[in-house]
Design a protein around this ligand. Structure first.
Ligand SMILES: Nc1ncnc2c1ncn2[C@@H]1O[C@H](COP(=O)(O)OP(=O)(O)O)[C@@H](O)[C@H]1O
Ligand SMILES: [Mg+2]
Length: 217
């Protein structure tokens, strides 16, 4: 069973958006049994799931903030949507459950500053030190050729973590969010560019590069 977590210290950087789109990818594109575990009491991922039509590829939701994370035996992928401001013991606890982390960052000075401090804390975690967890960085809501876009790339370079891909700022994610789908389930002509930007992420997730050494070897 694959366990993937979307994590960052700040709200609004796209954790739930990436978690739900990833769930849509595994369920609708790959035909896998997907659980989305929402650790956020705000429950954005579960709210998204409620909008999802019954005729869609099924995704199981678990309110992991209020109940134990028990997934069905035949689950292929668990996607964990984690709230902002998880630190200390709570962070250690949550990192016990995962093998791959997607770390979204926004091109905003406030977000980059918060991400730096938080990533320092994550890098001190024993499982991260021992490479039992792999981390990849995703730039989100990027408008190309803006000044801050260049700052973001310098920032990501300095983080010394694998940079995976960039998602542009587009209403497509808002449309998807409202309808309980991912961009993978929207008309191709509308989301062509966005699907392309997801390819490096889904490729990374399918590859050994995103897996802990012990599992990958
Ligand atoms: N790439 C994007 N383009 C446009 N809007 C986005 C993008 N990523 C996220 N959003 C929007 O930004 C808002 C916050 O994103 P969300 O995924 O809920 O953040 P978080 O879970 O980190 O708090 C949502 O309304 C979402 O639709
Ligand atoms: Mg969220």
């Amino acid at each position: 069973m694959r366990t993937i977590m979307v994590l960052n210290a700040k709200g609004g950087c796209g954790k739930s958006t990436i978690a739900t789109n990833l769930a849509s990818y595994y369920a609708a594109e790959m035909g896998q049994n997907v659980v989305i575990a929402d650790f956020d009491p705000q429950g954005s991922s579960l709210a998204w799931l409620e909008e999802r039509g019954e005729y869609r590829a099924p995704i199981k939701g678990i309110a992991a903030h209020s109940q134990p994370l028990r997934v069905p035996k035949d689950t292929d992928v668990v996607i964990m949507d984690v709230p902002a401001r998880v630190h200390g013991k709570e962070l250690t606890q949550i990192l016990r459950k995962v093998e791959t982390i997607i770390f979204p960052v926004l091109p905003s000075p406030v977000d980059m500053r918060a991400a730096t401090g938080f990533m320092e804390e994550v890098m001190k975690n024993n499982r991260v030190i021992n490479k039992e967890i792999k981390i990849g960085v995703v730039a989100n809501r990027v408008r190309e050729n803006t000044l801050i876009y260049f700052d973001l790339f310098n920032f990501i370079k300095k983080m010394k973590l694998p940079y995976i891909t960039t998602f542009r700022d587009t209403q497509n994610y808002i449309h998807a969010e409202k309808r309980g789908v991912g961009i993978f389930e929207m008309p191709r002509s509308m989301v062509h560019q966005d699907l392309k930007s997801w390819e490096p992420l889904t490729r990374w997730l399918r590859s050994k590069r995103s897996l802990p050494q012990a599992i990958a070897s």
